[in-house]
Ligand binder design. Structure first.
Ligand code: SF4
Length: 369
């Protein structure tokens, strides 16, 4: 049984009808419940719930403190390569983009890792474009082996792997993985991914599950907000969370809520997500899934991220460069960025902002033995 079957069973017309039927009174009743159903989560994404963000924020804050305390975990991405065999039409690294292609060797990767470690961070996210030819499993495994002595948590965001491949990486020291579904709309997915291995929608949707089965400790999923109507994407992401929580209760699960940013290919999103809508999505996730990690990246502005500290977010990136080698090589900046970031504050500045708000920045919350 795969989450795909649950997704296929959804009737979007019925979902829209339900969303429109929700009233403020319904929302007031739902937020006060101890355990929420799928329908309750959907109700929190409704237009009516969008008019009660203050109320949602109070409940989300309470649940966040109850389950996570006053903490925000910090991490940073390390871009190891930007070769990609896919044609995602919204991404600056896509196959036809004329961005300069770069791939770090192992000593470059170690130097990047040491530079990042020097900032105090202990959680790192390794990224590549999606090219098994240029960045094969052995390359990823070697990077994990090189970096795991330096970091308490090494995570990857790369192409889809099999359960066996994830097991191999876990043995090498892998702690976590991120896999964005991009959109949970299969028809739209086909249009946005005209060629390349990523075109396989079902394989993509099953990949986080393979990671769970292989013993990856922490798994992050999400949709790229702006590709499709946000309420549907948010709801389907929630269903995916629920599916994984039910079948893999021992996995530390998170959702990331990235909005499309400007990039080299100049893609304009059809459904740009407003700030209030992003906030509503995060609040609904927190209230419906109190144990869920919620990640907000530097795609968001400093202003936005500062205000989200109290509203249910648990992880933030800091000291970010989306250029390959961007932590050590100044010349890499601007030549190979996947997308423009919005919040370029250093780790030190992010930690200071978090402390100023009465929260504790967490550099390490896990040690692989
Ligand atoms: S989103 Fe990922 S897979 Fe798609 S073009 Fe960009 S790097 Fe490649």
């Amino acid at each position: 049984m795969s989450f795909m079957y649950e997704l296929e069973a959804l009737n979007e017309e019925v979902l829209y009808y339900y969303l429109e039927s929700i009233t403020v009174t319904d929302v007031e009743r739902i937020v006060a419940k101890e355990r929420l159903t799928n329908r309750d989560y959907l109700a929190l994404l409704s237009p009516a719930a969008g008019t009660c963000l203050e109320l949602l924020a109070q409940y989300a804050h309470r649940k966040s403190v109850q389950y996570f305390g006053h903490t925000i975990q910090l991490f940073t991405p390390l871009y190891m390569a930007n070769y990609c065999d896919n044609g995602c039409i919204y991404c600056g690294y896509s196959y036809y983009s004329d961005v300069e292609r770069v791939k770090l060797n192992l000593s470059d990767i170690e130097a990047e890792g040491r530079a990042i470690r020097g900032t105090g961070l202990e959680h790192i996210l390794l990224l590549t474009g999606e090219s098994q030819r240029h960045t094969p499993l052995m390359y990823i495994e070697a990077a994990i082996r090189k970096l795991s002595p330096l970091f308490s948590s090494v995570n990857i965001e790369i192409y889809s792997l099999s359960k066996e491949d994830y097991s191999q990486l876990v043995k090498a020291g892998l702690d976590g993985m991120t896999m964005f579904q991009e959109t949970y709309n299969p028809a739209l997915y086909e249009i946005l991914h005209p060629f390349g291995p990523k075109r396989n929608f079902k394989k993509r949707i099953d990949t986080p599950e393979f990671a769970c089965q292989a013993g990856v400790r922490t798994v992050t999923i999400g949709a790229l907000m702006g590709l499709d109507e946000w309420r549907l994407e948010a709801y389907k992401t929630g269903l995916h969370v629920q599916y994984l929580m039910k079948h893999y209760p021992y996995v530390d699960l998170s959702v990331s809520t990235p909005r499309i940013r400007p990039c080299a290919v100049g893609y304009t999103p059809n459904y740009p997500l407003k700030d209030r809508e992003l906030v509503q999505y995060i609040l609904a996730l927190r209230i419906a899934f109190p144990r869920l990690g919620i990640t907000i990246s530097s795609r968001e502005s400093a202003y936005m991220r500062d205000h989200l500290v109290h509203l249910g977010v648990t992880k933030m990136s800091a000291g970010v460069s989306t250029a390959v080698g961007g932590h050590t090589k100044e010349t890499a900046q601007g030549e190979s960025k996947q997308f423009e970031i919005s919040d370029d504050r250093s780790v030190h500045d992010m930690a200071r902002m978090i402390r100023k708000q009465g929260y504790e920045p967490i550099f390490k919350d896990w040690q692989l033995l």
